[in-house]
Design a protein around this ligand. Structure first.
Ligand code: 9MR
Length: 433
């Protein structure tokens, strides 16, 4: 189980019914903060009315799951084929949705003729492919995955060996330059998997490449994080750090192929954590899930998506919608606890209210009633940490538990929590001292 799951374990998952005034679909909820919520679409499912019904209702961004890959769009060298890709692009655009283009250059899903090429011939064929496909769709694509999955797994932090890589280390920047010339209005992304955890060598390798591209003026606008998670590759607790650090290089970040194997509240909490991580980074511009129903997934047996095989919303759907709607993804908060303790009768009440929020921290306020002689226990959940207090005298029982007493400033005090991506409200309880 990932740290982020542990951090939210025990917390109630967002209520199924959005509060009044809240948006009732993923796309509309994401738009409230200027973001999008997308899905991968397969052309051969566009005749399925349940599928299309959910697609049209919920999502405002579309990625072709396979139809824009190199083998689909250039099956024979110099002969381009856009039929299935066009069906997806036209369906999306007719419904007012935007399109992510996936993917112009990749070591995988190459047409047979390309797999056997090398050297200058392959480099030129790749560049021609990028130019032709990006030109054909010029003006219709929000963001292109210009290069997909070019880094090696494991501890090297270097490039993946492939026929494209063997044409020279500059093949990636050459692809980006060709894409920029062909479709100057599209955002150009580098897209990869296993780059979610900030401490992984692969993440660091991609980071260094983006940093280098930015410093040398190679045209790159965004980095896509595929985000295929399961128990062996869990949602990292430092996800917001990864997204934030890439964004600080001057690129947008996008979660491009999200799916999380599992079920029930555990899956819902992990989806919640990923959504919160995106919302905590201003330049995280949107999230795309890799399919609609579990049965549509490339790994259907892992039930990794937001709708079940019948098209019903899962707990994970409700948690994502809730986070998108309230901006912070707070679970149903525990605000107030009253405890007795006064031998003379009566007790006291401590009420928590939210203060300012930042990407890395938030403020909370506690107001006490019933006594001037209070002892309030504030409990935060890992990895949260209280880093400042005011209008109280505080001591710590453990890193997570703070005991607050009056310091002569009245019966309202405050504190700052460094949240580490966990936006859950602290719990407070009051005893008469
Ligand atoms: O979901 C896609 C599946 O239908 C294809 O068979 C497979 C091979 O092209 O690609 C899957 O999508 C992949 C995506 O294009 C790139 N990142 C990993 C995705 C899951 O394998």
């Amino acid at each position: 189980m990932s740290a982020i799951v542990a951090a939210t374990a025990g917390a109630a998952v967002i209520a199924a019914t959005p509060a009044s005034g809240a948006a009732s679909t993923l796309g509309a909820a994401a738009q409230q903060s200027g973001r999008y919520f997308g899905t991968a679409v397969a052309a051969n499912k566009l005749g399925d009315s349940t599928y299309v019904g959910i697609l049209n209702r919920e999502f405002d961004m579309v990625t072709a799951e396979n139809e824009m890959k190199m083998d689909a769009t250039e099956p024979n060298q110099g002969q381009f084929s856009y039929g299935n890709a066009d069906r997806i692009v036209n369906q999306a655009r007719n419904q007012g949705k935007r399109v992510r283009g996936h993917a112009l250059a990749w070591h995988s899903q190459q047409p047979g003729w390309m797999q056997n090429m090398s050297g200058t011939a392959l480099r030129n064929a790749m560049l021609n492919h990028v130019t032709q496909v990006a030109s054909y769709y010029r003006g219709k694509i929000y963001a292109w995955d210009v290069v997909n999955e070019a880094f090696a797994d494991g501890s090297s932090g270097g490039r993946r060996d492939s026929n494209l890589q063997r044409t020279g280390n500059d093949w990636i920047e050459a692809a980006f330059r060709a894409a920029r010339s062909a479709d100057p209005g599209a955002k150009l992304c580098y897209n990869d998997y296993n780059t979610d955890n900030w401490s992984h060598a692969k993440t660091q390798g991609v980071y260094r490449m983006v940093q280098d591209f930015k410093s040398r003026g190679v045209p790159i606008d965004c980095v896509g994080f595929q985000a295929h998670f399961n128990s062996g590759n869990p949602v990292p607790s430092n996800y917001h750090t990864t997204l934030g650090n890439f964004a600080a290089l001057g690129v947008d970040v996008q979660i491009t192929e999200l799916d999380i194997e599992g079920s029930g509240s555990s899956q819902a909490q992990q989806y919640q954590g990923v959504t919160q991580a995106c919302l905590s980074v201003a330049r995280c511009t949107g999230i795309t899930v890799w399919g609609i129903r579990d049965s549509d997934s490339w790994r259907a047996s892992g039930t990794p998506l937001l709708f079940d095989g019948s098209g019903n919303k899962k707990a994970a759907y409700n948690s994502v919608l809730g986070v998108l709607n309230n901006g912070t993804g707070t679970t149903t908060p525990t605000t107030t606890t009253t405890t007795s303790g006064n031998p003379g009768g009566g007790g006291c009440t401590a009420t928590y209210s939210e203060g300012e929020k930042w990407s890395d921290r938030f403020n909370g306020n506690v107001t006490v009633s019933g006594t001037d002689n209070w002892v309030v226990t504030v409990t935060v959940s890992s990895p949260q940490r209280v880093i400042a207090t005011w209008n109280t005298s505080a001591t710590w029982g453990s890193a997570n538990v703070m005991t607050a007493r009056p310091n002569g400033s009245g019966n309202t005090f405050g504190f700052t929590v460094q949240h580490g991506g966990n936006w859950n409200w602290p719990t407070v309880s009051c005893q008469v001292g």
